[in-house]
Design a protein around this ligand. Sequence first.
Ligand SMILES: [Zn+2]
Ligand SMILES: [Zn+2]
Ligand SMILES: [Zn+2]
Length: 357
Amino acid sequence: MGEKVRKVLKVLKDVNVDSIEPKVEFNSGVKYPIFDGTVISVEDVRESLLLLHEAGILKSEVVDNIAVCPHCLSHKLMIRTQCPSCGSPKLVRGRMIEHLACGHIDFEEKFKSGEVLFCPNCRKPLGQLGVDYRTFSSLYRCLNCMSVFSNPKIEYLCSSGHSFSENDLAVHSVMAFKVSPDKRSLIERMAFDVEDILKPLMDMGLSIKAPATLQGRSGIKHDFSFAIWYEYEDTPSIVGSIHLLDRALSATDVLALWAKANDVGVQHRVMITFSGVSEDGRRLAAAYNLKIIEGKDAQDAAEKVREHITELLKGMKPPAPKAPMPEAKKEEKKEPTVLTRFPWDTFYFAINLTRLI
Ligand SMILES: [Zn+2]
Ligand SMILES: [Zn+2]
Ligand SMILES: [Zn+2]
């Protein structure tokens, strides 16, 4: 999921547009043409744009709607008509005539007899339109119960085979999105690759995983933006979290990382922020021995992270030669590798915390 959103952000950063307009078409349903020609699927684009909207990075506006199946959300729907009296689908539709004198109603051709019109029921000739008879441009007749009606019962059939009534039809809003001008710099930061920051550390011979999910002593699994192993051990030497929100790093953000790192038993904790840090956050970080790195941009942060890690390494004992992992452990813990996924779990965790405060 995180990788999709990052790709979408990268496109937004590269094309530098302010509005993301939808296009409704039969094959894809709703698509956003600025993502045409990218590797991101139409579904992933839609999902990511909504997530970015929920995160407050994009503004949205309803510009259209689309009817979809309530069961599978397919927009590929067939309309089936049924008799409102008996439910039969055996319906025919056409021009009809009603003979006002006897009330008989039937298709126009049933009244035709050569050049003149005769009522097939009472056999009388039809005189003046509007006086003797009236016409209907389109009415339905049920061939099962013979009733005549203008509004059949409508049933929808979706491409996956679900059928449902008009009342159950789900209507989805079609949204256009706008990049808030004040969020443009945030998008640029968020589109960066966490690997950019960590790559130089790999070259220093460290094992890195980004993002990393680690199980704490409590049994709870915690997500970190990255984890760095100095030696082959279960527990990494350093864990970090990258704070990408527009607001300064708060005491709650610091506590959240400290609590997670503490549960996992990691000694060194690093937080990278591009939006500064609150006074409380700074004090708490100092008290809990948690390093905050304030970066102006990705490159600046990368340099500072490198400096800090190098400093930390000096205080550690030299690593043992890289022996293969014991066989039993290999199964459960693979050698950490650098992944290029963006740490969305951590990101949204931070957002959720913000909502709680
Ligand atoms: Zn369906
Ligand atoms: Zn008649
Ligand atoms: Zn019927």
